[in-house]
Design a protein around this ligand. Sequence first.
Ligand code: SF4
Length: 310
Amino acid sequence: MLQQTRVAVVAPAYRSFLRAFPHLRALARASEDEVLSRWSGLGYYARARALQRAARLIDAKGARAFPTSLAAARDLPGVGPYTAAAVLSIAHGLPHAAVDANVSRVLSRLACLQPRTRGRALQTLAERLLDRRRPGDWNQALMELGETTCTARKPACDDCPVRRFCAAFRRGQVSRYPRRRARRAIEQIELRMTLAFDRRGRLLLERGSFPYLPHLWLPPIEVISRRARAMQYPLDRRDTFCHGILHRSFRVGLLRRQVTARELRGEARGRNATERRLFGPTQLASIGRSALLTKALRRAGVPPPAPATG
Ligand code: SF4
């Protein structure tokens, strides 16, 4: 949950998640909608699906917990070298060095190494420096050092506890390491989202047609245009809002109307959703809701569904 998402956002969702899925088997045997519902608001929903697929694989083998070998951990969906090393060192006390972006920056400066040009050099250095008696604490200390002191823009070298070991500081070259990568251009995409309600006030949602969130239930969405530069529309209109996903910025125009019979039958032109259904307030509360859907409902004056509770 903490990959790409702030602690303050994660904390309540984490507690609710653990109440709903107190052990691996509960997570493995839940429906995907249940898991996505508990993930609502955290973004990057592929992580939730990977987590459940991993739980299912472990459960299918009759095991009850995350593996303790690096190779077995790496075989699980969504588990890369960093996650495997972080979980094994922090949860099981095993001697694996976890190199995330913060650690990579600290090591790059300590040894004057550029992360990309020197291949595995940073990982090798991380493993060489690792405190094998307390690998979890060591990894977390390095992450924290990068997060709080050896920051990307303004490293606080005067307060740094490892300053006397730091080659970049000694040479006066801190700003050279690590070399900044060119920022990826933000793609601007204009969307039209249709909030179609039936007579009972139920909302039509579909899944599989919006390629940026293919596994979540969303109102029908059409891509109107894509541009490399920001769009010049005023943003204070009640029926428009902006939303960002990774390096994409969406400007969403809302259309609110009665659902048509053709839409209900899935015959509307250009729709290629894999599933389509009407949702009342209770059902809305039991599915994974992206921030995109939450914002649209708020804009349209639809009361937000009650958050999932433990
Ligand atoms: S001395 Fe400065 S550059 Fe070196 S590790 Fe500490 S904060 Fe980072």
